[in-house]
Design a protein around this ligand. Sequence first.
Ligand SMILES: [Cu+2]
Length: 696
Amino acid sequence: MRCSPIILALLLLASLVAIAPAHEPDERAVAPDARAYRLTPAYLAGSVAERAGMDAEMAAIPGADPDAVELGHDLDGDGDADEIHIHLEVIEIQEEVYPGEYVTFWVFAPLGSPMGSPARLPSPTIRVEEGDVVYVTLHNTHYLPHTIHFHGMAQDNAMDGVPDMTQRAVAPGRQFTYRFVAKTPGTYWYHCHVQDHIHPLMGLAGMIIVEPNRPNNHFAHLVPGAGRIEPMAKATAEQVQGEYSLVYMDIDDRLNRIPAAYSDPREIERRMHRDYDSTQRKPNIFLLNGRSYPFTVRDTPILVKPDETTKLRILNVGGRTLALHTHGHHPTLTDLDGYPVPKAAQVTRDTFAVAPAQRIDLALRTGSDGVHANGPGVWLMHDHTPEAASNKGINPGGDHTMIVYEGFMGADGLPIHQAGQGAREGAHDLHLDADYYAGKRPVFGTDIFHTTEQDYDKQAKPPAGGAFDYPRREQQAALPRLDLIDAARHRVVADACAGPARGFRRIEIKAGTKYARDGEVFGFEPREIHAERCEELEIVLDNSDQIRHDLMILGLNPAFALNVLGPNQASARLVVPDQDITLTFHCHVATHEKVGMAGRLVVGRGGAALAQAAPPGDAGEASFHGTGTVIAVLSRLNRLIVNHEEIKGFMPAMEMSYVVEPVRLLDGLNRGDRIEFSINGANSTITAVKVIGAGR
Ligand SMILES: [Cu+2]
């Protein structure tokens, strides 16, 4: 995160359509160097909390562009930046929401980096300070139009994000900069307002937190996902000991299947917006912070100590009213929809209704007073509507999480069962088995019926009174794992020519919506380029869109990629292989290839060895070994981003995000660690990791 001169141009642009505040961005000539905050007396003499806040504010988001958050001026002169510029794009992702269930979502995500995107569900939590002038640029990288509506914020009418009313929807390839001043501290949210019966429920929604103004108030402004908020901002830390953002959603996965099942954007539009009847919507998956039980207790346990107060910021993105019940505790309602509830009107109860779009802030007091709290342990916290207690009708599931007291969290990251079972051998084990939620495992132990699992389902006698009907779980075949395909397609099939280059050619490839053909959204022009063996190429990527495109040649070692945030152009050189071969290239931004951005590089006479071909040595079964440096550990996504050297026969040297199985291999890994790892060639999954040099 750093200040860039680009911010000035964007701020100027935004000011043309906004009401002038006291401080207009164009009043100042030069943006300050945000790194100077590290030299302020507050930081130098500050406490651990001061430094943690500063570090969080300055830290780059793993996988994001360093300028995904730009800090501007300190408008009130109190030691922190009050102009915050956030860059979001729209990414299609697939997440394992509970064991074995992969669901496709669209999310707002921090502006991505050349090698990927930190996209996840829910869309990132935006945190700003009271009085901040906030700019949010929506880079529409997606294949359908979108906008952003800032729900509950005090924005100008032109910034309200309602398509065809206050603005045109932001078309694919275009961008739009929203501006608002964060006024009343509290809990708000933002969501897409295009096809608003569908798009927010696809994941285009996230929480906004406005923190009260304090001097030297430093904290992270854009947090992928939601959950425990660390470090807390100053005013919150004065009042409570813990803070959580809790985003609830309910989805009908028949809707979410559509963009995963079809690749033609016209087909997706027709099925999602004309065929799918949202009035007959039937939610069957219930999410807390993008996950269902049992992953909720791993990702969003409410961690507490006795005699503390924890602030729970709760948002209901879904279409149903939640009935949130905290076992063993009676929290107090302190804020509704971002506005404080007067002391005399604050209610303390055990079940809170939260209608769609509403936010409630709860003060959860812990301890053993028998009024607000009933002592240490592991206490269930869940939406009490019966459907939400299940994953597609199988219990336990849905948005269950737990209030976990200190000392009750196991070493495996799951709450310790009071029932006397170790987490791994006990009930958690059954619920972490994908077969359980596929309906293939009995719910209770086999011993009570004196039988075995194999004999369980064989007892089929005709029902008394004849056949009758009841709602049945729909059995659907699993969708292709979109999260695994990537690595397989980047396998090395040809090395760059080792000898001196024979000749030189400059090739311009235009990229953008205007080069798309029938049924496409984005395209390259030309789509087939030719080179002689061992020829040196300078590839100029001319991106005419207002978003980034990322041209990547697949299967080539060393890797070749050119990431350009448009409208702009950039170039890079490579020497093509000394063999007759046809390589493919595509745009590396998620879904751009699906909607048109692909082409071929024909070397010499070309050859059948397309990048998708099986790698040499039948990697299908093989295990490969790599060495690299850890860029980020994404436990929640079962992923490791690693900058690795060439993995012979598998992958050129590059920064890459790999699925890790089992996820506990990530335990103890830190950014900067040097590692050796094994990777399964069939599914590009890391199966073993060894640290050979500790990072910082
Ligand atoms: Cu692209």
